[in-house]
Design a protein around this ligand. Structure first.
Ligand code: SF4
Ligand code: SF4
Length: 437
């Protein structure tokens, strides 16, 4: 017999999708039926209280996790997100029910030994509920009590050689696509860079000293499997400088229907026979491709490396050989201001170990942001408030055409008066004359 009636939560069990409500109920049931099996430190009562509080939140349309309360492990300022109930008398089992963030392996490769060990620790000392993975990429362990934190941390670090991830105003757990380990499009070794920068910036990861959170993400190519350019303050996105490699015979094989487009992977694709003009040439965002019926050509200077043609005809087209990455900065989901995509800061940077050039850039950005950023202001917001030009000054990156955010309407780059021949008044007069105002 359940401790609380949960008619609203029960609704979430209907429908075709797996339900977290069903998971919580299942875990509570299991713990109730096997109280001594694992010597559970978080008994079934806690999970029933969790369901009870959640039901109340749905009913009252407000959260019952209260703000405030700093909790963590010794020496770390992040990695544990304190969760305290504002109804502890009614739901004593979750009076404290913290979330722990655990660093995911680069590219999210696991072996079963790792997963079993992690689950054993969490079954014993936590609620058994996990989120694989959180939006930053971490393994998220949902719900444990304060006295378990140090024990879990010790087991994670000593028995699993793993670590907590980032939370609060620090460097968040860096995340990378699986890159060269499996993907032919990887323009640099994302996993190596992610690992190296994680190790180099341990202090920034565990000891919050920033105005707000800061995320690194590493995508091996513009396909963006970890969405670096949409979701990280500092995105490293693989790219190439030279021509896309074209195998003309294979192009003809696609046109002749001998090879399936999109590696045959478009589930439910029913567009009739492959039409290179409609599906590739006309969809090129910079209109830089030509097909004369026999030969495909690409005007490299105008290609924006969107990956569409390569994804559609992967056997015929391939990324170039001069590989590196583009650095974009300032992406974020809404906090103070609305959602924002990253802006190009460095169009092309080498990605060779030990990544000195990239680290130098990161540290210049941090110095500037820590000096100028307001409390709870993401880099993208500081950048918008003070101008991109200020960031260029701070990082000593020269202004370039490819940093222009929105050509013709918002140049996003500002000139100093000293940079305009003849000063502002001369410039304005020339502008008015040109436009006859
Ligand atoms: Fe491959 Fe590019 Fe995705 Fe990385 S981002 S896994 S390189 S397609
Ligand atoms: Fe056009 Fe994109 Fe292909 Fe470049 S990568 S040629 S922009 S479709």
């Amino acid at each position: 017999m359940a401790k609380f009636q949960t008619p609203l939560l029960d609704e979430l069990e209907s429908g075709p999708w797996p339900s977290f409500v069903a998971d919580i109920k299942q875990e509570a049931e299991y713990r109730k039926e096997n109280p001594n099996k694992l010597d559970f430190q978080i008994p079934a009562d806690c999970l029933e209280d969790l369901l009870g509080q959640l039901e109340l939140s749905y009913k009252e349309k407000e959260t019952h996790w209260k703000h405030g309360g700093i909790v963590g492990v010794f020496g770390y300022g992040g990695g544990v997100i304190g969760r305290y109930s504002d109804q502890p008398e009614e739901f004593p089992g979750i009076a404290a029910f913290h979330t722990m963030r655990v660093a995911q392996p680069s590219g999210k490769y696991y072996d079963t030994k790792f997963l079993r060990k992690l689950c054993d620790i969490w079954d014993l000392r936590g609620s058994g509920l996990t989120n694989m993975h959180g939006s930053t990429g971490d393994i998220v362990l949902l719900g444990t009590q304060t006295q378990q934190l140090e024990e879990i941390f010790w087991q994670l670090t000593h028995e699993m050689e793993n670590d907590l991830g980032g939370s609060g105003s620090n460097l968040r757990t860096p995340s990378a696509c699986l890159g060269m380990s499996r993907c032919e499009y990887a323009c640099y070794n994302t996993q190596a860079m992610c690992y190296q920068l994680t190790m180099d910036y341990q202090d920034e990861l565990h000891r919050p000293a920033f105005p707000y959170k800061f995320k690194f993400k590493f995508d091996g190519c513009p396909n963006g499997c970890v969405a670096a350019m949409a979701r990280s303050d500092f995105a490293v996105v693989g790219t190439w400088k030279d021509d896309i490699k074209i195998d003309q015979e294979k192009v003809k094989a696609y046109v002749g229907q001998e090879i399936k487009p999109n590696a045959g992977a478009h589930a439910g694709r029913d567009w009739g026979p492959f039409d290179i003009v409609a599906e590739v040439i006309d969809r090129c965002p910079s209109n830089c491709m030509k097909w004369d019926g026999k030969k495909l050509s690409i005007d490299t200077a105008n290609c924006v490396r969107c990956m569409h043609c390569i994804n559609t005809m992967p056997q015929a087209l391939h990324i170039g050989d001069e590989r590196g990455a583009t650095i974009l900065v300032g992406a974020k989901a809404p906090v103070v201001d609305g959602a924002q995509m990253g802006s190009v800061l460095v169009p092309f940077i080498s990605c060779e170990e030990p990544y000195d050039e990239i680290k130098e850039l990161i540290e210049k950005i941090w110095d500037w942001w820590m000096e100028e950023g307001k409390n709870r202001e993401r880099l993208g917001e500081t950048m918008k408030r003070l101008s991109f030009q200020k960031l260029l000054d701070a990082t000593e990156v020269p202004a370039q055409a490819c940093q222009v955010k929105d050509p013709r309407s918002n140049p996003f780059i500002f000139f100093k008066e000293s940079e305009v021949p003849g000063g502002w008044s001369h410039d304005l007069a020339a502008y008015r004359k040109r436009h006859q105002r």
